[in-house]
Design a protein around this ligand. Structure first.
Ligand SMILES: [Zn+2]
Ligand SMILES: [Zn+2]
Length: 153
């Protein structure tokens, strides 16, 4: 699932036609929120989610029962990645480096060419040099803000 989504997602950023007509709809959410997780063009839903899901199901030979849990979990994870909330005790943030702060960076203009990996791991971003590290900075208005860690050369 991650492999399929990484390469198709990244290609939709490289190919100007696909970005302008399909993927930009999802990126109209500069500040993601939970309901916006699957706010995207129908072709993006077909390409990323339906085809990625079908391939994951077929290649892994998972049972239909396993598929119920896997796809439910993937959907919950995607919604959490877009929720914009860093609540204490969220196990998805404890166990996954790919979380709402990580994906929030991708939704910012400066992060548009980074952090393509979704929905589970950051592996492909790290392998292929598109990983943008971030830190959570406390805002004086309350809450946190994900900010890229500036490299000092
Ligand atoms: Zn994107
Ligand atoms: Zn997103």
């Amino acid at each position: 699932m991650d492999t399929w989504q990484y390469f198709i997602h990244r290609y939709m950023h490289i190919n100007k036609f696909l970005y302008r007509h399909i993927h930009s709809k999802h990126h109209s959410l500069v500040v993601p929120y939970a309901y916006g997780a699957l706010y995207n063009h129908p072709l993006e839903g077909l390409l990323l989610d339906t085809m990625g899901g079908a391939l994951s199901f077929l290649i892994s030979s998972m049972t239909p029962r396993t598929a119920i849990f896997f796809f439910s979990f993937a959907t919950i994870k995607t919604v959490d990645d877009h929720c914009g909330l860093w609540l204490p005790g969220n196990l998805l943030h404890v166990f996954f480096n790919n979380n709402c702060a990580y994906h929030d960076i991708h939704h910012q203009l400066y992060g548009n060419k980074y952090n393509f990996s979704q929905p589970f791991f950051v592996t492909w971003d790290k392998f292929l040099g598109t990983h943008m590290p971030y830190s959570l900075v406390k805002r004086k208005e309350g809450g946190y803000e994900a900010q890229p860690i500036k490299k000092i050369d």
